[in-house]
Design a protein around this ligand. Structure first.
Ligand SMILES: Nc1ncnc2c1ncn2[C@@H]1O[C@H](COP(=O)(O)OP(=O)(O)OP(=O)(O)O)[C@@H](O)[C@H]1O
Ligand SMILES: [Mg+2]
Length: 222
């Protein structure tokens, strides 16, 4: 079943030097529970595409459907509800809240949704990420890898349908990157999530079912 359908999507940026078309009439589909790696040179539009798919950013032309619902015309409030309900995000810079413990960071999306905390599910995530001993610590007391594993548990805490990651392991060394990618893919498979991730590291495309390559404003499936 199609989870994300992109049709004739175009995104341009205007700056001092003029108009730049970053995505030029691109079309593709992502099926439920697929793992998609988005690759391309620096500045090719990988983050732009991820931000559009996750409804954080607007597009200029074409169509984006999530679960068959067109995202083009809907208002900001509705988009933010969809993000909260259906999406999880992992960023290169972790984006943990320094004044909250690991546990409190992780449960944030559940609190934001106003849902009851499913302790069994949350503790399952904490265990899978190997951070059981760290739950009472604060982000500044932890290594980069530990912070990223916390951020991943947080991204999955609200049981998202789609997990987006932009250079999720960009701050980690090769061993840690692979450990983290193994953990993510194991989780998304067992929870039945769709995974769309940006990487500049060709090695990490091995965790995908399919590669989308952005080049000169176009997208090629590999
Ligand atoms: N808000 C913005 N205003 C103007 N131009 C922008 C904006 N955001 C991105 N761009 C431009 O769009 C192009 C694509 O940027 P994007 O961040 O998507 O690239 P990327 O593939 O993620 O690169 P990297 O691998 O370096 O993260 C770049 O040329 C960038 O300068
Ligand atoms: Mg980027």
């Amino acid at each position: 079943m199609e989870h994300i359908v992109v049709n004739g999507l175009t995104k341009t940026y205007c700056d001092g030097t003029g108009v730049r078309t970053v995505l030029d009439n691109v079309s593709f589909e992502v099926h439920k529970m697929e793992r998609i790696a988005v690759i391309g040179a620096s500045g090719s539009g990988k983050s732009t595409l991820l931000n559009i798919l996750s409804t954080i950013d607007d597009f200029d032309d074409g169509s984006l459907k999530l679960n068959g619902v067109e995202m083009g015309g809907i208002n900001a409030k509705e988009k933010s509800r969809i993000r909260l309900e259906k999406m999880g995000f992992i960023f290169q810079k972790y984006c943990l809240i320094q004044t909250l413990s690991v546990y409190d960071n992780i449960i944030l999306p559940v609190l934001a949704k106003g849902e009851k905390i499913d302790e069994v599910y949350i503790h399952g995530l904490i265990k899978r990420m190997g951070i059981e001993k760290l739950v009472n610590k604060y982000p500044y007391e932890m290594s980069g890898g530990e912070q990223q594993r916390t951020a991943i548990a947080r991204a999955m805490a609200g049981r998202p349908e789609i997990l987006f990651a932009d250079e999720a392991t960009g701050n980690l060394d090769k061993n840690n990157s692979e450990t983290v990618m193994d953990m993510i893919t194991e989780c998304i498979d067992s929870y039945g999530m769709t995974f769309v991730y940006v990487t500049h590291d060709m090695e990490l495309t091995k965790y995908s079912n399919r590669i989308l390559k952005i080049e000169d404003g176009g997208i090629r499936c590999e």
